[in-house]
Design a protein. Structure first.
Length: 86
């Protein structure tokens, strides 16, 4: 999984990590929020108390139709950061 932080339209930080064996078995709809939460935790000291907008092309994060236990757990973690999903 890999992500990029941008500020003012320019990349400011990068994060990547390998999924472990159990995470590799998750469907894509469950891996996307996992990657977002991992990135937020990695840059927690930068992102807390700042407005963050996450751009994603996965609809499961922006609609309530998909609600597996794993995704719900990740959505709760996302709420802690008070982010906006686009």
């Amino acid at each position: 999984m890999g992500t990029t932080l941008h500020q003012g339209g320019k990349p400011t930080a990068f994060y990547s990590d390998k999924l472990n064996a159990a995470q590799q078995k998750h469907i894509t709809a469950e891996q996307e929020p996992l990657a977002i939460v991992a990135t937020l935790k990695e840059f927690e000291n930068i992102l807390l108390d700042h407005q963050a907008i996450i751009c994603t092309d996965h609809k499961n994060l922006t609609c309530e139709d998909f609600n597996s236990d794993r995704v719900i757990h990740q959505q709760i973690a996302l709420e802690r950061f008070g982010i906006t999903l686009n």
